[in-house]
Design a protein. Structure first.
Length: 383
C-alpha cells in the first residue's frame, strides 16, 4: 500500500509536530511504526464500532508479535471518570505508548490519558480546580480516526465533558499534539449515513471556522480552503452514494481541516454547540453546523475583500449569502436540521445556551464582536 507521509512542520507562524501517514489501508503501517519507534509496551484503545469489524481482528492478528495490551472497557464519552480510569490503568502497567483507533470521543479520551499518565492527579484538577498544569510530554500517542470529521488526530487539545454539563478542553500547544497520526480512509467505509453526515459537517464547519479565524495564517488558510472545497463537493455523495474514491476524498478533506484548525482553534459555531450537546444531547456535528449558515451571512462580509473572494471561491458562490445557502442546502440534502427549534430547543432555552457559550473563549476568535445581547438577538432571529 502507498501512504503519503507528512513530516512535522514548523514555520514562524505554523506548527505541526505530528508525523502523519495518509492513505487507504495505511493502518497496515502500524506494526512497522511500533518497531521503528522502539515501543516496548503499549495500550490499544478502540471504539466499539471498530472492535466489531474485520479490521480490528486484522490489527490484533498483525500485532500479536508486538508488546500491546487491549483496553477492554467501553468508551462512551470523553468524560472525567472514563479518562481517570484509563490513566490509573496506564500508570499501573507503565505503558510507553497509547494507540487509539476510533471516533472523536475515543481519540480525545486516549489523548488525555496519554498526557495525564506522565503527570499526577485527576483530570478534574487540570480542568475544574486548575490546581495542576500540563508541564511535560505524555506517553507516545498514536491517533487513528475512524470517522472523516474530528481532526483530533492532529490537534493539541481534547474535548472533555464534565459532570456539570460543561464542556472542557484539555490543551497544551507544547505537549498534546499526537506523536503520530494514521489517516486510513478504509476505516470510514462502514460509517452509516448519519455519522457520515454529522462528522462531515463538523469537518466543514471547522474548516470554515479556521478560515475566518483571527488566528489564521497563510498555511492554515491553504489547508482550510482545500478542505472546504473538497468536503463541499464530496459530502453529499459520501452520505447518499459512497464509493471508495468518495471516502478517500472526505478523509483528505477532514485531514486538511484538522491541519488548518489545529493552529487556529474553532469559533462561535462551536461555542454555541457545546450546551446543545451537553444539555440536550445534540450530536456534535449537528450542533456545530445548525448555526453555521446564519453565522456565515454575518461573518463572511466582515472579512477583508480578498479573503471573502477566496472563501467564496471554495464554496463555489458569488456572494456571502449564496455561500451560506450552499452550506444550508447541503445540510438539508444530507438530512441535518437547520433550525434550533427542530432540535428540541425551546425559546426559553436560549438564555442558558448564551451563558454556556461564553464559558469558552471560542466566541472571540472571529472578526466580529459578539456580546451576550448580540448573540441573543442572533439566536432568537434564527430560531
Ligand atoms: Fe467539532
Amino acid at each position: 500500500m502507498k501512504a503519503k507521509t507528512f513530516e512535522p512542520k514548523k514555520t514562524k507562524r505554523y506548527s505541526m509536530p505530528t508525523k502523519a501517514y495518509f492513505g487507504r489501508n495505511s493502518l497496515q503501517l502500524l506494526g512497522n511504526i511500533i518497531v521503528e519507534k522502539s515501543i516496548h509496551s503499549a495500550l490499544l484503545v478502540c471504539g466499539e464500532h471498530f472492535k466489531k469489524s474485520d479490521d480490528y481482528r486484522q490489527v490484533i492478528s498483525n500485532l500479536k508479535e508486538t508488546p500491546i495490551d487491549v483496553y477492554n472497557e467501553k468508551i462512551k464519552r470523553s468524560d472525567f471518570s472514563t479518562i481517570n480510569r484509563i490513566v490509573t490503568y496506564c500508570r499501573k502497567y507503565r505503558y510507553e505508548a497509547i494507540i487509539a483507533i476510533g471516533g472523536g470521543s475515543v481519540l480525545d479520551t486516549a489523548k488525555c490519558a496519554a498526557i495525564l499518565t506522565t503527570h499526577k492527579g485527576l483530570i478534574e484538577e487540570y480542568l475544574v480546580s486548575k490546581s495542576k498544569k500540563i508541564t511535560a510530554k505524555g506517553l507516545l500517542y498514536i491517533a487513528i480516526p475512524t470517522t472523516a470529521g474530528t481532526g483530533t488526530e492532529v490537534t493539541p487539545w481534547a474535548t472533555v465533558w464534565g459532570d456539570n454539563k460543561r464542556k472542557y478542553s484539555l490543551y497544551s500547544k507544547g505537549f498534546m499534539f499526537p506523536a503520530i497520526a494514521i489517516v486510513d480512509s478504509h476505516l470510514t467505509d462502514s460509517l452509516n449515513q448519519k455519522d457520515t453526515a454529522t462528522s462531515g459537517m463538523d469537518a466543514l464547519c471547522q474548516a470554515i471556522e479556521a478560515y475566518w479565524n483571527k488566528h489564521h495564517n497563510r498555511q492554515s488558510d491553504i489547508y482550510a480552503l482545500e478542505a472546504i472545497s473538497v468536503i463541499r463537493t464530496n459530502l453529499e455523495n459520501a452520505v447518499r452514494n459512497p464509493t471508495k474514491k468518495i471516502r478517500d476524498r472526505m478523509a483528505w478533506g477532514s485531514f486538511m481541516q484538522g491541519l488548518a484548525f489545529s493552529n487556529t482553534q474553532t469559533t462561535i459555531c462551536h461555542a454555541v454547540s457545546y450546551p446543545l450537546t451537553a444539555r440536550w444531547g445534540v450530536t456534535h456535528g449537528q450542533a456545530t453546523s445548525v448555526t453555521l449558515p446564519s453565522f456565515m451571512r454575518g461573518i463572511i462580509p466582515a472579512l477583508p475583500k480578498n479573503r471573502q473572494k477566496h472563501l467564496l471561491s471554495a464554496l463555489n458562490a458569488h456572494t456571502p449569502a449564496l455561500g451560506a445557502n450552499v452550506v444550508e442546502q447541503l445540510m438539508i440534502r444530507i438530512g441535518l436540521k437547520i433550525k434550533l427549534s427542530a432540535l428540541g430547543i425551546t425559546k426559553e432555552n436560549i438564555n442558558v445556551i448564551i451563558e454556556d457559550s461564553f464559558y469558552t473563549n471560542r466566541v472571540n476568535n472571529i472578526p466580529l464582536q459578539y456580546d451576550k445581547q448580540r448573540l441573543k438577538r442572533f439566536l432568537v432571529a434564527i430560531y
